[in-house]
Write a protein that binds this ligand. Sequence first.
Ligand SMILES: NC(=O)c1ccc[n+]([C@@H]2O[C@H](COP(=O)([O-])OP(=O)(O)OC[C@H]3O[C@@H](n4cnc5c(N)ncnc54)[C@H](OP(=O)(O)O)[C@@H]3O)[C@@H](O)[C@H]2O)c1
Length: 332
Amino acid sequence: MSSPVETMRAVVASRPGGPDVLETVLRPRPVPGEGEILLRVEAAGVNRPDVLQRMGIYPPPPGASDVLGLEAAGFVVARGAKAERHAQGARVTALVPGGGYADYCVVHETIALPIPAGLTMVEAAAVPETYFTVWVNVFDRGALKSGETLLVHGGTSGIGTTAIVLAKAFGAKVVATAGSDERASRCEGLGADLGVNYRTDDFVGRTLAATNGRGADVVLDMIGGDYVARNYAAAAPDGRIVQIAFMQGQKATVDLRVIMQKRLIHTGSTLRSRSVAEKAAIADALMAKVWPLVESGNCRPIIDSVFPLAKVAEAHARIESADHVGKIVLTT
Ligand SMILES: NC(=O)c1ccc[n+]([C@@H]2O[C@H](COP(=O)([O-])OP(=O)(O)OC[C@H]3O[C@@H](n4cnc5c(N)ncnc54)[C@H](OP(=O)(O)O)[C@@H]3O)[C@@H](O)[C@H]2O)c1
């Protein structure tokens, strides 16, 4: 006689729409496959891509769970065949292709990392999505070095707060933009050398002034639209502009001469659709280069607020309000 399937709570979007379409349903507890581990989720991070998925404009990649959630922290409670990296009962935090907003989720063992000493489960759950993204785009593709200047837009966002904290930990100067004076000074409170209220101030002029006219060596941009030409204007010679989203628009008109005159590189990337092997390489780099900084207290995730899983709609309303600073986290 086969044993009954064990169930768990999981959050899905019943149809495209606002936070009210989020539904907590009962689903079979997933079973880890080869190289995978099963996590008992204690906390799960909320990210803007979850909002886009809920709206129906960012579907999960083929093979990924339709359950929302791109990151989760918890305990290893089962291991699939050949999964040996994390012991039963270990505390790990993981980047997941979907499925984080649930009591349990499966993840390949290579993209789960031991929770750095000193971090709570809530803090640990707030790390993977933004740390993987910032590492790849600012430090890998953008090649930010100590002593250089980073211009980051959306400075109070989950991504933006991580970019500020990590760039400072690696010895860079940081200019961050945000939507009010108060939010710009919150960026400075997190370590940014300059916070710019983009609604009342010109980030191009302020970045050039803050760098003796040289400009930013790396620009991390999630806005797109008319920011693209302005990013080129704010960039230093040999600057790198890294596109990770386009909240204002995916099309832009630019003067290509600026790219040639300043020898700019405009690149970008998206994390979710990358292969397990590519994500594992990022995880290894984080473990080697960033985990020691977290453990020594040089950088920490910035937590805005925490909601129980049952209040997931409130968590989404909060991220959409754009009143938050840092990460919003769900607890099971
Ligand atoms: N490519 C990748 O691999 C990757 C991975 C993760 C996330 N992302 C993208 O990175 C961005 C940030 O993600 P997150 O989770 O950190 O976001 P978040 O915490 O929700 O923050 C977004 C912030 O952007 C600012 N903003 C400026 N213009 C906006 C607009 N037109 N609409 C909404 N917000 C606007 C808002 O702050 P102010 O009001 O202060 O401006 C808002 O708080 C998102 O676009 C996300 O899709 C990309």
